[in-house]
Design a protein around this ligand. Sequence first.
Ligand SMILES: Nc1ncnc2c1ncn2[C@@H]1O[C@H](COP(=O)(O)OP(=O)(O)OP(=O)(O)O)[C@@H](O)[C@H]1O
Length: 510
Amino acid sequence: MKSEPVLPWMRRPVDVTNFEERTLEAVPCLDPRLKVALQKMSISSLFPVQLAVWQETIGPGCFERDLCINSPTGSGKTLAYALPIVQMLLNRAVKCLRALVVLPTRDLALQVKEVFSAIAPVVGLSVGLAVGQSSIADEISDLVKRPKLEAGICYDPEDHFQDLQSAVDILVATPGRLMDHINTTKGFTLEHLCYLVVDETDRMLREAYQAWLPTVLQLSRSNYESHFCCGNTFNHSIFGSLKTIRRCGVERGFKDKPYPRLVKMVLSATLTQDPSKLAQLDLHHPLFLTTGQSRYKLPDKLESYKLICESKLKPLYLVGLLQSLEGEKCIVFTSSVESTHRLCTLLNFFGDLKVKIKEYSGLQHQSVRSKTLKQFREGETQVLVSSDAMTRGMDVEGVRNVINYDMPAYIKTYIHRVGRTARAGRTGRCFTLLRKFELKRFNKMLQKADNNSCTYHSLLSSSIESLQPIYISALEKLKETVESEASRKRKFGFKFSKIRKGKKAHSANV
Ligand SMILES: Nc1ncnc2c1ncn2[C@@H]1O[C@H](COP(=O)(O)OP(=O)(O)OP(=O)(O)O)[C@@H](O)[C@H]1O
């Protein structure tokens, strides 16, 4: 279904389907060291979106316009921006922060950092991470270089503030930690920034955390005056902590000339077309790159199926389906963190499913989530029951199936969820469990996407019936678990409030 964008520049896009995959040897200007690094990643050719972006950046397009890229899940958007950025920066003699990539979650940022780390060091560039995975002190020491001390000389770090230098050329960050560094890390500056990537743009534009986007745009503006001119709405204490010495004359535009323009690349599989949202990015002469005519496109090799089931038998259908998939890697999506927890607990009471099932949700501590993800990547866990924390961008090799245990409410959610399979041109299957009354809404939702055929899938009723006895006992166990968890929570909450009251009384006495 084609919907006409409001913005005129979006009505004249570059169609990525006009590009064909091309071997690395045939990619113009690609640095030989990068070619080797890509081959080590088992990449022998560039995908269409990567070539289209290469043409607009390293090719004749020459980074003249900001790029808005709408390309299906798994089509290779990460390398589409990482490769030209690294190629552009490879001749830089002086280390300073020139490229910033902002992503909504820590796991996603870690994943993107891996891609940069596979290609940037071979040309002498360093990549940093600001996501709050380690302590802020550790992160600072990774991001900012302190001056080396002469033997026997003591110094006050405040005095040497101007000698601080960036230890990284490229930074991958989440908005929260990025703002922490902007506000408090001495020597951390965006004044040399040349490239800004906002990945998962539509999601990021909903993320207003401490006004990260206007702050980044303001701090990377072209000249000194624009930082400090009267009338700017920013807090001068922020600027105080950011002001660093300029190394005059070593970089294009540094010697009293305006800096090069900050180039922006924004990407998503479901890029917003809302003018007021896109206006926040302050795009320069933007160029829209999209795949085909439709706004939403599902991966070419995705097979979609729907299963009609009764509400109360839904868990049995899921178990039956998992059994029929015989241990293949699956992600099961639910509608909330609570149902993720309940469903995962219930599935584990089924006993003989012959697969390891784990929960992955925003309710869990980051360290638990990271461990679960690692086990899933390594194949130690075969089924992940997930809330929408896993929906966007996550790239796990070998995910053959996505199961929508709960139907997603929006086509965008559907696109990102099912996009965890059928990635990089591979095949994959998606199953959506539906109650009868949901069918009409589901079909209507799918009409918004291209490549949307979805056939009925059924399970043998005898296989569902045979699961009934174990289901009854699993439900009993689930009930007991939920009750004991609730009572633990109440107890903990009570203790916690007593401690807090105690502390208050204590501080009142003091
Ligand atoms: N040129 C290539 N050749 C082979 N594999 C590639 C190539 N480019 C990327 N890939 C692989 O394709 C997979 C998907 O890439 P990536 O995660 O960048 O997709 P994406 O378009 O960002 O997806 P999403 O919208 O879900 O975030 C990754 O496993 C990546 O390693």
